[in-house]
Design a protein around this ligand. Structure first.
Ligand SMILES: NC(=O)c1ccc[n+]([C@@H]2O[C@H](COP(=O)([O-])OP(=O)(O)OC[C@H]3O[C@@H](n4cnc5c(N)ncnc54)[C@H](O)[C@@H]3O)[C@@H](O)[C@H]2O)c1
Length: 334
C-alpha cells in the first residue's frame, strides 16, 4: 500500500499503546475515527499502565496483545493483518538509559528493525515516532529536518539509530514510511518518572522536589493531544519517505516549569532542592516546524498555561492511577 490512508476504515496497529503518548493517541484515534479498528501491542515495560486504556478494554474494534516488538514472529503476524503501524514502543527515559543502556538498544533499535522487516514483507505503511533529542544540544537556533544527528545519551542515540534504519528501508526497499520527531510531551497518563508528573506528585505529597544542576536546562513543551493530532495529520497528508518536526513552541527552563506547577498547586518554592547534575545533560533542544505547518497545515492548539492546568488537575483527580506506581518508582526525596 502506498500513499494516502483512510483512517476511518483502517486496521491500525499501535505499538507501545499502554504508555503515555500511545494511550492518548489510541483514545484520540477512536474519538476522531470511531469506525477504525486498533490492535495495541505492548510489552508492559516501565512506562506502561493498563489503567491508561481501561475505559476501552471491551470496546468493539479494540484488541490488546501483550508482546515485545523485537519478537519478529509475533510482529509479522500482527503487521500482516493491519494497514498501518504507528510505532510508539520504546524505552523512553534518559536517566534509565544512562544507568543501563542495553534495554534501550533492544527495544528502540532491534524492535524497530523487527517492525521494518514485517513492513517490507507485507508492504504496509509505517509511522515511526521519534524525538528532538536525536539532534543533541543546541545553544541557539532550531533544528530543521535536514540537520545532522548529534545524540548525547544512549536513549537519544538509540532513537537516532532507529531513524537511520527506517530511512535505509525506505531507500533500499521502497517501504511506505514517515518519521515524526517531537519535542517534550506533557499531559495526562505520563509515567511519574518524567519531570512534570513527578513534580505534581511530589508536591501533592509535600515532598522535596529535586532539580538537576542550575535548573536552567531548556526544553520545548507540547501538550500530548497536539502531538497526537500532528502524528495523525502526518499519516494522512505527509509525503512518503519524509520526516516531520513537531513542537509546541514553548521553550521553558526546568526551574520555571517547577515554579509554575507549584504556583498552580498553591505550594511554596522552598520545596525545591538542587541536586548534582546528570552526566551529559543536554542544555537545550529546539525544532523548526515550518515543514509540517506549510506542507500539512498543522499547528499546536493548546497554550502551555491551559495544558499545564489541565495536567495538574488530571493528576489531582486521578490519585488512584498513580498511587501504586509512585511508591515503586519515585522514592521519597524529603
Ligand atoms: N515523552 C516524550 O516527551 C516524547 C517526546 C518525543 C518522542 N517520544 C517518543 O514517543 C514514544 C512514546 O513515548 P512515551 O513517552 O509514551 O513513552 P512511555 O515510556 O510512556 O511508553 C512506552 C511504551 O512502550 C512499551 N514498550 C517499550 N519497549 C517495548 C517493546 N520492546 N515491545 C513492546 N512494547 C514496548 C512500554 O511498555 C510502554 O508502554 C517513544 O518512541 C518516545 O521515544 C516521546
Amino acid at each position: 500500500m502506498k500513499g494516502r490512508i483512510q483512517l476511518e476504515e483502517s486496521k491500525i496497529l499501535v505499538t507501545g499503546g499502554l504508555g503515555f503518548i500511545g494511550s492518548n493517541f489510541i483514545l484520540n484515534l477512536f474519538d476522531k475515527f470511531p469506525g477504525c479498528s486498533i490492535t495495541n501491542v505492548d510489552a508492559e515495560f516501565t512506562g506502561s499502565n493498563k489503567q491508561n486504556l481501561a475505559q476501552i478494554k471491551s470496546k468493539k474494534g479494540y484488541r490488546y496483545v501483550k508482546g515485545n516488538i523485537s519478537d519478529t514472529t509475533k510482529i509479522k503476524k500482527l503487521v500482516q493483518t493491519c494497514d498501518v503501524v504507528f510505532n510508539f514502543a520504546a524505552e523512553s527515559h534518559v536517566d534509565r538509559s544512562i544507568d543501563e543502556p542495553k534495554p534501550f538498544f533492544d527495544s528502540n533499535i532491534m524492535g524497530t528493525y523487527s517492525i521494518l522487516e514485517a513492513i517490507r514483507k507485507f508492504d504496509k505503511k509505517l509511522i515511526h515516532i521519534s524525538t528532538d533529542e536525536v539532534f543533541g544540544s543546541l545553544k541557539s537556533g532550531s533544528a530543521t529536518e535536514k540537520d545532522v544527528f548529534n545524540p548525547s545519551s544512549p536513549y537519544a542515540a538509540s532513537k537516532a539509530s532507529a531513524e537511520l534504519l527506517v530511512n535505509s528501508y525506505f531507500v533500499t526497499y521502497g517501504i511506505d514510511s514517515i518519521i515524526t520527531r517531537c519535542t517534550n510531551n506533557y499531559g495526562p497518563r505520563q509515567f511519574p518518572e518524567k519531570l512534570i508528573p513527578k513534580v505534581i506528585l511530589l508536591a501533592s505529597q509535600n515532598n522535596k522536589i529535586p532539580i538537576y544542576g542550575t535548573g536552567k536546562n531548556i526544553r520545548d513543551w507540547i501538550y500530548v493531544l497536539d502531538h497526537c493530532d500532528a502524528i495523525l495529520k502526518a499519516c494522512q497528508y505527509g509525503k512518503n519517505g519524509n520526516s516531520y518536526n513537531i513542537a509546541g513552541h514553548n521553550e521553558i527552563d526546568n526551574i520555571t516549569i517547577i515554579k509554575s506547577i507549584l504556583k498552580i498547586m498553591g505550594k511554596p518554592t522552598d520545596m525545591i532542592k538542587y541536586v548534582k547534575d546528570r552526566p551529559g545533560h543536554d542544555f537545550r533542544y529546539s525544532l523548526k516546524t515550518t515543514k509540517i505547518e506549510k506542507e500539512i497545515g498543522w499547528k499546536p492548539k493548546y497554550t502551555f498555561e491551559e495544558g499545564l492546568r489541565t495536567t495538574v488537575r488530571w493528576y489531582i483527580n486521578n490519585r488512584l492511577w498513580w498511587q501504586n506506581i509512585a511508591k515503586k518508582n519515585m522514592g521519597r526525596t524529603k
